[in-house]
Design a protein around this ligand. Sequence first.
Ligand code: HEC
Length: 218
Amino acid sequence: MNKRTSIVVVILAIALGMAACNSGAMRRNPGKIYAPDMTYSRAYDAYTSNPNFEDSQTSRLPVEGTIAMGHMFPDHLKEGDTVVYKTFTTSLRFNDDEMAEGKRLFNIYCAICHGSNLDGQGPLYTSGKFAAMPANFKDGKYLHMPIGQMYAAAKYGKNMMGSYASQLDQKQRWMVLAYIKKIQSENGGDAFIYGTTPVAPIAAATDTTKKAEEKKKG
Ligand code: HEC
């Protein structure tokens, strides 16, 4: 190949390459599909109509009784069952962070009426805009109130107080109530039992490990 022929070949190759990329018009045709199964899903897409169900919806609701991950079993408490309210309780015990979270939630949802001091003198009540006196949790009437009865108030509401079931999930309700019970215990209420006790066994375990190591050394 002499020099001239190779120049012609190179120019031709470039021209061919450019022509291949530019068909002269907008191309709408994707060309040959080698794997139609992959290009066009055989499964029903989430928002497409579905002939297999009466309501033609592809996205199905979870079956009844489904519990979202991280959520608790339902509490089975029934509205108005005041006998069960009194004995209803929880085995949950809260650490310092959870107690702080209970306080935070109380201040968001409850303090506007019940007061951040839990004395029933929240700003909504003291401003005169809310006629019913919210429970004063430091008052003798409420100091020894069963926690289940308080839980029922948070879940279903009580007279002028609305339900907080949609704002607080079960664990959050118990955290708020544990916080109330903690403050009550410091103000003449029952001994506080909803906190976790610091874990001593860990120290004991390290102790045994140390002893075992000492034994090995002889
Ligand atoms: C809009 C004002 C308001 C808010 C907010 C509010 N409460 Fe109340 N609460 C009341 C009133 C008023 C009562 C008194 C109801 C009655 O006995 O007639 C009450 C009573 C209670 C009682 C006593 C129930 C009983 O059986 O006597 C508890 C426990 C309670 N509230 C907890 C809470 C908790 C927990 C929150 C936050 C999640 C909360 N409240 C938020 C107004 C409120």
